[in-house]
Design a protein around this ligand. Structure first.
Ligand code: GNR
Ligand code: NI
Length: 180
């Protein structure tokens, strides 16, 4: 298996609920330079290490509209994809229910209903403009990641009861860690 992690990238700590950074709206990238390339490299290293199928820059505390995704099955070759300033430009009428989790809300999984297919527009790490049709797990994942760029978490798509229950649990856990 190809290992994307090189000595040029750093695994960065992932911020966890209830960190208020997770609620910030991230800023568009304006310069496609070595700094953005280094951020993308660190995000891949962090995502594969976790392991996760997606990561938004805000999850490592960077408020920029940068997303990494790799939804290929673990036993397959890696398929790293980087999306800069991604936007959903069309959604299907058809909906899909998929069980979601989030590296910033560890060990909590719930079913979320979202459009089954989306068309996105984004820039790659070189600043080139692209459009892509996404369906299946990729459609779910890219919508989850674009939500992060707007300070939205998958628990915001659940009932208020479920959302408040999980937030409370993580506030308590953070207090325990603080006191320990
Ligand atoms: O690793 C992840 N798995 C996942 C499963 C279903 C729907 C979305 C995701 S994204 C998540 C990693 C993460 O928190 N990305 O923000
Ligand atoms: Ni997430």
């Amino acid at each position: 298996m190809v290992d994307y992690v090189t000595d040029m990238s750093t695994i960065r700590p992932i911020i966890i609920l209830p960190d208020p950074l997770l609620r910030l709206v991230s800023k568009p990238v304006t310069a496609f330079d070595a700094r953005v390339q280094a951020l993308v490299d660190d995000m891949f290293a962090t995502m594969y290490d976790a392991p996760g199928i997606g990561l938004a820059a805000i999850q490592i505390g960077v408020t920029e509209r940068v997303v990494t995704v790799d939804v290929s099955p673990k036993e397959d070759e890696q398929h790293p994809m980087a999306f800069i300033n991604p936007q959903i430009i069309a959604v299907s009428d058809e909906l899909n229910i998929h069980q979601e989790g989030c590296l910033s809300i560890p060990d909590y999984y719930e079913e979320v209903e979202r459009p089954a297919a989306v068309r996105i527009r984004y820039h790659d790490a070189n600043g080139q403009d692209h459009e892509m049709d996404c369906e299946g797990l990729l459609a779910t994942c890219i919508q989850h990641e674009i939500d992060h760029l707007d300070g939205v978490l998958f628990i915001d798509h659940l009932s208020r009861l479920k959302r408040e229950r999980v937030i409370k649990k993580f506030i308590k856990a953070a207090k325990r860690d603080c006191d320990a």
